[in-house]
Every structure is written in structure tokens, then in C-alpha cells.
Design a protein around this ligand. Sequence first.
Ligand code: NAD
Ligand code: GLY
Length: 373
Amino acid sequence: MSPTNTSPFASQTVHVPLSERSYDISIGTGNLAEVGRWTASLRTVTHAVLISDSNVAEHYLENVNESLTAERIRVTKLVVPAGEPSKSVATSQELWEKALADRVDRKSIVVALGGGVIGDLAGFIAATMTRGLDFFQIPTTLLAQVDSSVGGKVGINLPAAKNIVGCFWQPKGVLIDTAVLETLPRREYLSGLAEVVKYGVILDPEFFEYLEANVQPILDRDSTVLQKIVARSCELKAQVVAEDERETTGLRAILNYGHTYCHALETVAGYGEYLHGEAVSVGMLCASRLGEKLGVFDPALTERQHNLLTALGLPVEVPRIDEDAILSAMQRDKKVEHGKLRFIVPHCIGKVVLTPDVPADVAMAAWTDGYAG
Ligand code: NAD
Ligand code: GLY
């Protein structure tokens, strides 16, 4: 799964080995204009349903449309409002009906051009339309490039629960152009960096050190450094997904390091108050303090994470919000089994363990110890 550079569409390729569902992630700089040739190299395509959001479409939709059209691919362009509310039943119905009205058939493909919202939504449309269409991902946020476009989790929200309707539907290919990150708002970019740090903590101490040593070029979105961090993150995610595609062995759950606290924070603070990566940043430090309290993690390593996340402009302090609400939000976490809290707890940089039976008071102490002052 080491990156190779044999593709004409990318400077690095990461393979995701999933037997007949295997695919490549093609990573380059300035390769967006190759989308048409890339798609056509993977299979015969005559019709593409191109799904994007209003912000991304403004920058990149025509470029992608022209590239597909140049390969004689008929394109149905469907643009939804930017933002999480588009991951809904209502938007899905609109997309199904518009695709049908423009003569979608079982040989059509779906192309997702956007961040995690578009990847999850378009993947869900691909999985459900005519009982399943081939799906191609072109992620345009850092979060989507390092996390959500890889691994096949697709879905939408219901008003009462996020990501509750969906399935596993692997893409046929992922094309990453790191140059599109230039237009990404700074706060969104920094938020994506939290997931990059996460990979270092859960799986790769050398990568963590690389991030510590390259803070300024990372903040400057230096293209060489971006290639490296996106490719390494994709490789690490690919390894985990290859071993536990459907999250049945517990391995894939390590990707949720910091996320139990993160989801509780997102819910209780109110969706939109924290971007996902911002809440991941706060959550990873809570999970580290939890590791300290359980006697398995060195406080100096919590400090190292704190310093790196701070240098990357991410929030690290726990806000003083309703503690009872935080605990009950954590008790609704998907990792809870038989009513017991389970957390991904770090043991060192590069190793985390899914830990059952964590007492609620200890979990909450790791939370409240993160208050400022
Ligand atoms: P997003 O898709 O909402 O994108 C963030 C914002 O950036 C949006 O306003 C978007 O229009 C804008 N944008 C995107 N690319 C841009 C670009 N290149 N230039 C300018 N603006 C751009 O948010 P996100 O953080 O990418 O994704 C969050 C979603 O991902 C959530 O719904 C979450 O549930 C999902 N997610 C899924 C997985 C998975 O495995 N499927 C993993 C993590 C997160
Ligand atoms: N983002 C977590 C996963 O893909 O499993």
C-alpha cells in the first residue's frame, strides 16, 4: 500500500485492496483537468451525474464538466446548497428525480465533486439509484481528501441523528488534486488538519514527528508537504479499511480516536458551533487525559499533542457547557455496548486501543480537566 507513481493522472497512487471492490486513490497537484481521461481509463462512460455544492461549483464545476465532455461523456450537473443540511432525505429525493428526468440508466456513473457532505450524499445517491451506480470521488476539502472520500461510508442525516441512513458503497476511484485546497477557507483547512494529526497518533509516530517538524509549511499549504500529508493519511486509512472494511473487528473504530468526546461536543454545543476537526482536536486531548487517568498514557505525550494542535491553530480547551448533557451524549455514542462506555485510548504515539468499561466519572474527569485555567 506504499504510494506509487505509475499513473498518468497523479504523482502518487495509493491502492485500497478490497478484492473485487479494490480501487486507487490518485493524488496530484493540478490534475483536476484530467478527470475525463481518468474516468474513461477506469471504465467506458457515456453519462455522468456530476454532483457538487454551490461553493465548490463556483470554482471547479465547469473545469470538471469540460474535462468529462471532452471524453464525449454526457454530463448531468446537479448542484445543491453548500452545508450539512443538504445531507437530507429531501435533497436525496430531488437528486434522484433530477437524475431520472435526465435519463440516468444502470451504466451511468455518479461523480462527487466537493467536501465530505457531497461525498456522503453523492455516494448515497450512487448506492441507491437503479440499485447501485459506479461512483467516483473528487474530494475538495482536506477532511474529504484524508478521510471521508476513502473507505466507502456514505449516507445522509435524519433530523434526530447524523449519518443514520446509509451504507458502505466503495468508490471505483478517488482523484485528489491538492491544488484545490488553495480556495478552501482557512478555518476549514485547519479543521482538516486535526484528522491528519489523528493518523499520526493512532498509527504512525514518524508521521507525527514529520508534522511537528513542518508546522509552517503545513500552514502555508506548501504543495510538496500537502502531497506528503494527504498521501500518508490515505495510506494509513486504506490499511485500516482493507483490514476491517465494515467495522466488524473493532480495528476501523480506531479511526474514531477522540470522536466520542468530539460528537458529544458537537451535539451539546450545537451543530455548527465547532467544525468537525475542531471538535476532534478537543476530543483527542480528552482521550489522552483519559489514557493518563487509566494509567496507560504518559502526560508528556498529551503535552506533545497539545503543542502540535495549538501550533496548527486548532482549539484545545474544553468549553464550560452542560456536563450532564455531555455525558448523556457520550452514552448515545455508537461505540457504547450493553450500556457501557468504550473509548479509543492512546497507549503511546502510534498505538491506540479500543477500551471497554470506562467508568463514567473517569471519562468525565478527563473532560473537565480540559477547562481553561
Ligand atoms: P463540507 O463538505 O461541508 O465542506 C466544507 C465547506 O467548504 C463547504 O462550505 C464547502 O462548500 C466548502 N468547500 C469545499 N471544498 C472547497 C474548496 N476547494 N474551495 C472552497 N470551498 C470549498 O465539509 P467537510 O468538512 O468536507 O465534510 C464534513 C462531512 O463529512 C460531514 O457530513 C461528515 O459527517 C462527513 N464525514 C464523512 C466521513 C466518511 O467516512 N464518510 C468521514 C468524516 C466526515
Ligand atoms: N471516518 C471514520 C471511518 O471512515 O470509519
